[in-house]
Design a protein around this ligand. Structure first.
Ligand code: S3P
Length: 170
């Protein structure tokens, strides 16, 4: 099982799809599975039921997927490794956890264009406010992200290049 982790906007889902098609494996996106299960968008779940409800659900769906123990490509949500003992169960299930590492500047640039559907950052109006938030948040989350087996420097790289790097490391 190949697991992709990283901050919001780091390109986990896009890379997961490319990788899955190259390696001829099945691809799962944790956020998409949660949305499917709840029949609501992540944004609606946060808004109507709150973050704690979301984190419990995230944990449940994650556990189900990991327990399948099959040879799949899985992209997680940006916060998934950072709650409860999620990192532990992730690393128990896979020897191939990849962290897509991007700079604060690159993440801010990307997220500015796509923050509306992301409840944790949708309220941040200016680029400066978003950059400050990302810097602090990433600092807190790095502890979890850096427990990945492999750290990929993903700034300015195409998903195809990253997929190649991953394949070479398997
Ligand atoms: C979150 C990231 C999102 C989604 C939710 C919370 C986070 O996933 O799970 O909005 O805590 O970083 P993406 O990383 O796919 O945006």
């Amino acid at each position: 099982m190949i697991i992709l982790i990283g901050y919001m906007g780091s390109g986990k889902s896009t890379l997961g799809k490319v990788l899955a098609s190259e390696l001829q494996k099945e691809f799962f996106d944790l956020d998409a599975l949660i949305e499917e299960r709840e029949q609501h968008s992540i944004r609606d779940i946060f808004e109507k039921k709150g973050e704690i409800y979301f984190r419990k659900l995230e944990r449940k769906v994650l556990e189900e997927l990991l327990n399948k123990n099959s040879d799949i490509i899985l992209s997680l949500g940006g916060g998934t490794p950072c709650f409860g003992d999620n990192t532990e169960i992730i690393k128990k299930a896979s020897q191939n956890v990849f962290y897509l590492k991007l700079s604060v500047q690159e993440l801010t640039k990307r997220l500015l264009k796509e923050k509306e559907d992301r409840p944790l950052i949708s309220h941040l109006k200016s680029e400066e406010a978003l950059e400050d938030f990302v810097r602090k948040h990433l600092f807190e989350r790095n502890f979890y992200y850096l427990q990945a087996h492999h750290v990929l420097n993903a700034d300015a790289k195409l998903p195809e290049e990253l997929a190649q790097e991953i394949t070479a490391l398997l």
